[in-house]
Design a protein around this ligand. Structure first.
Ligand code: GTP
Ligand code: SPV
Ligand code: MN
Length: 595
C-alpha cells in the first residue's frame, strides 16, 4: 500500500517487538469496516443494534476498569523535567521507552496489528497533520474511521512524507488457544499514555477507551499539537467551534473551551430558542487556529466525528446530537434494550424492562446502579449532524470573533462576563475552575483549576502555555481583529441545589448578548472581575420565570471573589517563575479592584 521507507521500517520494527499474529493495513473502506464489525459481533465484543432503529450502529461495553481517560497514567516525556511542568506527570524519554519496550515485547501475540493511516484536518490541507496509529484493537479501527479521515487515501497523500508515529496496544496478549475477553486491557497501574513532544511520538499501552486509545484526538491533536503550536506560533485548543447567524443574516464564529463533560458538544449543536437566530456546528472538541493573511484568527476542526457524552443527551436537550447518532454510530457503555435499541439516563423516556446495562447485567431499578456509565459515549460522523456548517471542512478554517471560557461553577462565577482586554481574557482562561466530571478516572470531587480546559491536554509547561497565549495577543497582526474574550457559567445553582439557568437551547440568550458585545452594540457594566450585562439586555421572552433569578445569576459577590483570589493564589504558586509577568499584573489588578 505504500513505499514510504520510514513508514515501512517503523512498522517492521514494531512488528518485531509486539509479535502480532498478523499485520493488516487499514484501507478505510465500508467493506472493511463491515468485516471488522461482523468479526467483533461474532466474538461477542460488539452488539449489532436494531437495523431499523439504529442502522449500521454497534454497541460495546468496556471492562469496568477501563471507562475513561486515566490522568494519573498520562505522561509528558521531555528531556528536562521542568519542561513538562507541574501539571503533567513526567518521565525521561529514555526511561519511559525502556519501560514500555518491555511492556510492548510480545504484547500483540495472538492478535492482529492494524496499521491505521489518518489525517487530523481535511485531507491534503496544509494545516492537516498525518499520523499512523498501530493498534491491536479492532474497536480502535472502527472508531478512528468515524473520528478521523483514515485509510488508503491518507497514504496516497503521505507519499514519501513524514508522519506522527502513534503506537497503541491494549496490553493483553493471547496465549495459544486462549479465549479472548470482551474488552481486553491491562490493569490500571500497567497503563501508560505517554507522549514525546520533542520528537512528536505517542506510545499508549494498556487501555482501549476513548482518549487513551484513539490517538488522533487528545494525544495528537492536543498534547503533541499544542507543543508544535507553541514552537510554530499557532494554537491547538480544547474548544468547540460554532457559527452563529443573527436575524439580519450576519454570521460570526466563536470558539469555546470548557473542561471535559462541561457542555462543548451541547453548545456546538445548540438549537436557538429565540426566533430568527441560527447556529451551525464546525466542531465539538478541538480547534486548531492560525492567523490568516487578513490578520484574522482562523480555526479548523481537526476531527471528523463526535465522541460525545451520552447520558443526559436527549431530543429535549440536544436533538442535533441525537440525530447525528441515528446511524453508523458506535456506542460505548450505554444500555441495550430488548429490541436492540440504546438507552441511557436522561434519554427522555423510561428504561424498558429487560434492558442490559453497561455492566452486562439485566437492569434492576432497585440496585441503584446506572444503566449507562456516566462517561458512556457515542462516536458519530460529523457530517451526520443536521446543523453541520457549510465550511466545516474548509481547509482555510473559519474566522473566530470570540473565545468563551467556562466550567461547572455552582457559585461565584456569573452567567456571563467579558474581559477588559486580551491579557485580562488570558488571565480569565488561566484560572478556569470546574467541578470534576466522569470524563477521567480517579479524580477527587469538587472544584479544580482547569486552565483553558487544557489541564489534562497541554503537552508542555502550563506556565509557558500561558505565555504563549499572551504572545498570541502581543504578536497578532492586527490587535483590533483579535477574538473578544468571555466567560460563561451555565451551572450556577440555588441554595437548594437547583440549576438557576435553564441551559441548553436557552444558552442562545447569552450567545445573543455575546454576539452583540463583539460589535460593541450592547451596554456593559464594569465590575471588579470584568464586564457583565445589564440584565435588561438578556432576552428572556418565553422564559420570564427566569427573571426572578437574574440578579443572582449575574451577581459578582465580593466576598466570594476574595475567596476565589485565595484559590487563584494557590493555583498560580504551582507555576513559580514561569507564570507570565502579564498575568501576575492582571491578578494584582483584580485584587486591587476588589479591595
Ligand atoms: P467532552 O466530550 O468530555 O470534552 O465534553 P463536552 O464539553 O463536549 O460536554 P457535553 O456537551 O457532552 O456535556 C456534558 C454533560 O453536560 C451532558 O450530560 C450535558 O447534558 C450537560 N450539559 C451540557 N450543557 C448544559 C447546560 O447548558 N446546562 C446543564 N445543566 N447541563 C448541560
Ligand atoms: C474529554 O475527556 O475531554 C473527551 C473524551 O473529549 S476523551 O476522548 O476520552 O478524552
Ligand atoms: Mn474533550
Amino acid at each position: 500500500m505504500t513505499s514510504n521507507k520510514k513508514l515501512l521500517a517503523w512498522v517492521e520494527e514494531w512488528v518485531a517487538l509486539c509479535q502480532p499474529a498478523s499485520v493488516y493495513w487499514v484501507d478505510g473502506s465500508a467493506e472493511e469496516n463491515q468485516r471488522l464489525m461482523d468479526e467483533m459481533v461474532a466474538s461477542g465484543m460488539a452488539t449489532k443494534l436494531n437495523e431499523e432503529k439504529q442502522p449500521g450502529s454497534y454497541a460495546f461495553n468496556s471492562d469496568p476498569s477501563d471507562v475513561a481517560r486515566v490522568e494519573n497514567r498520562t505522561y509528558i516525556c521531555t528531556e528536562n523535567e521542568g519542561d513538562a511542568g507541574p501539571t503533567n506527570n513526567w518521565m525521561a524519554p529514555s526511561e519511559m521507552k525502556a519501560i514500555l519496550r518491555e511492556k510492548y515485547r510480545g504484547c500483540m501475540k495472538g492478535r492482529t496489528m492494524y496499521v491505521i493511516p489518518f489525517s487530523m484536518g481535511p485531507l491534503g490541507s496544509n494545516i492537516a497533520k498525518i499520523g499512523i496509529e498501530i493498534t491491536d484493537s479492532a474497536y480502535v479501527v472502527v472508531n478512528m474511521r468515524i473520528m478521523t479521515r483514515m485509510g488508503k487515501a491518507v497514504l496516497d497523500i503521505l507519499g514519501e512524507g513524514d508522519f506522527i508515529p502513534c503506537v497503541h496496544s491494549v496490553g493483553s496478549p493471547l496465549a495459544e488457544g486462549q479465549q479472548d475477553s470482551k474488552w481486553p486491557c491491562a490493569p490500571i497501574e500497567e497503563k501508560y499514555i505517554s507522549h514525546f513532544p520533542e520528537t512528536a511520538e505517542i506510545w499508549s499501552f494498556g487501555s482501549g477507551y476513548g482518549g487513551n486509545a484513539l490517538l488522533g484526538k487528545k494525544c495528537l491533536a492536543l498534547r503533541i499539537a499544542s507543543y508544535m503550536a507553541k514552537q510554530e506560533g499557532w494554537m491547538a485548543e480544547h474548544m468547540l467551534i460554532m457559527g452563529i447567524t443573527n436575524p439580519k443574516g450576519v454570521k460570526k464564529y466563536i470558539a469555546a473551551a470548557f473542561p471535559s463533560a462541561c457542555g462543548k458538544t451541547n453548545l456546538a449543536m445548540l438549537i436557538p430558542t429565540i426566533p430568527g437566530w441560527k447556529v451551525e456546528t464546525v466542531g465539538d472538541d478541538i480547534a486548531w487556529m492560525k492567523f490568516g493573511a487578513d490578520g484574522q484568527l482562523y480555526a479548523i476542526n481537526p476531527e471528523a466525528g463526535f465522541f460525545g457524552v451520552a447520558p443526559f443527551t436527549s431530543m429535549a436537550t440536544n436533538p442535533n446530537a441525537m440525530i447525528s447518532t441515528k446511524a453508523n454510530t458506535v456506542f460505548t457503555n450505554v444500555g441495550i434494550t430488548p429490541d436492540g435499541d440504546i438507552w441511557w439516563e436522561g434519554i427522555g423516556h423510561d428504561c424498558p424492562e429487560g434492558t442490559i446495562t453497561w455492566k452486562n447485567k439485566v437492569y434492576d431499578p432497585a440496585s441503584g446502579e446506572p444503566v449507562a456509565h456516566p462517561n458512556a459515549r457515542f462516536s458519530a460522523p460529523a457530517m451526520q449532524c443536521p446543523a453541520i456548517d457549510a465550511d466545516w471542512e474548509n481547509p482555510a478554517g473559519v474566522p473566530i470573533s470570540a473565545f468563551l471560557f467556562g466550567g461547572r461553577r455552582p457559585s461565584t462565577v456569573p452567567l456571563v462576563y467579558q474581559s477588559l482586554n486580551w491579557n485580562h481574557g488570558v488571565f480569565m482562561g488561566s484560572v478556569v475552575g470546574s467541578e470534576v466530571t466522569a470524563a477521567a478516572i480517579g479524580l477527587k470531587a469538587g472544584v479544580r483549576r482547569d486552565p483553558f480546559a487544557m489541564l489534562p491536554f497541554c503537552g508542555y509547561h502550563m506556565g509557558d502555555y500561558f505565555q504563549h497565549w499572551i504572545n498570541i495577543g502581543k504578536n497578532a497582526p492586527d490587535a483590533t481583529k483579535l477574538p473578544k474574550i468571555f466567560n460563561v457559567n451555565w451551572f450556577r445553582k440555588s441554595d437548594s441545589g437547583k440549576w438557576l439557568w435553564p441551559g441548553f437551547g436557552e444558552n442562545m440568550r447569552v450567545l445573543e448578548w455575546i454576539f452583540n458585545a463583539c460589535d460593541n452594540a450592547v451596554e456593559t457594566i464594569e465590575t471588579p472581575i470584568g464586564k457583565v450585562p445589564n440584565k435588561k439586555d438578556i432576552n428572556l421572552a418565553g422564559i420570564e420565570e427566569v427573571a426572578a433569578d437574574m440578579d443572582e445569576l449575574l451577581a459578582v459577590e465580593k466576598s466570594k471573589w476574595l475567596d476565589e483570589c485565595a484559590l487563584i493564589e494557590e493555583h498560580y504558586a504551582n507555576f513559580g517563575e514561569r507564570i507570565p509577568a502579564e498575568l501576575v499584573a492582571e491578578f494584582e489588578a483584580l485584587k486591587a479592584r476588589l479591595a
